[in-house]
Design a protein around this ligand. Sequence first.
Ligand code: C2E
Ligand code: MG
Ligand code: MG
Ligand code: MG
Length: 288
Amino acid sequence: HAKKSGRSTFRAYRRGMDELIEKRRALEADIERGLERDEFELYLQPRVAARDGAIVGYEALLRWSHPERGMVQPGDFIPVAEVSGKIIDLGEWVLREACRLAADFPDHLHLSINVSPVQFRHPDFLKNVEDILSASGVLPRKLELEITESVLIDDDQRALVLLGHLKSLGLRIALDDFGTGYSSLSYLRRYPFDVIKIDRSFVSALGEEETANAIIRTIIDLGSGLGMRVVAEGVETVEQARYLTEAGCDELQGYLLGRPQPVDAAITAINASLVSELRSIAGRSFRQ
Ligand code: C2E
Ligand code: MG
Ligand code: MG
Ligand code: MG
């Protein structure tokens, strides 16, 4: 009897696995079709200076407007795209699209792009970045690449050389989700980051867990001491914004400051702020 039930459990497990594999295969094919049919788009979320709330740039966040599934969030397809290798094509699309957008940005705004560890490890990554940069004609300093600690773990030396090359192209490098990886401290000492982004989990624990406050203060002091800009992610409340600003955080990002929005809406907001800036300059000169 035990043997029989064991066998049927195994069969159920196999069926479950088969379904999972089938689902994943369907999703892979769907991603490819989605790219062909131009179903992907970038949403833009503002990053603001803690000091005065001025928008200093945007982060590009991938969205998939699927004909049947509706709007699909990156958490629901990026892991599959990474396992299947589709992230290479997808990541190239993101780079090209982001460069195209940033080329039209006013010079004082930058655009951050998330780079998957799989993409970062690909031997053609640097060449692709160079090609896409020069084809778009964008000023490289308007772009920032966000990477996570996981890219640094496996091949130290290659990562170090690659980051050096990317920086010599004029790109800025940010360490995303800081504090969630393994030996964050040693990475900061070795790698030339321009920006560190404090992971959302610390920000949301502010005021609730004493340790979060201490960790955040330490990250800010450390990053500032090393000459890096420190950005807090996932800022949702005025209390969090106030605490971070007082602790010396340079920039804030989160729903409180602005949700990720479609490109058109972001551009309208950028233009409106440029117009009001021009008006106030004009106003000042009229009064003189
Ligand atoms: P991430 O790079 O850490 O991006 C921040 C995530 O936090 C985004 O989720 C953003 O919408 C969300 N977020 C921002 N402010 C708040 C807030 O105040 N509260 C909360 N609860 N969430 C907030 P999203 O857009 O779903 O992206 C999730 C992750 O997917 C990203 O995390 C990034 O790792 C990845 N991702 C997004 N776009 C791309 C892309 O173009 N390429 C690659 N390789 N990965 C991407
Ligand atoms: Mg990011
Ligand atoms: Mg992050
Ligand atoms: Mg992340």
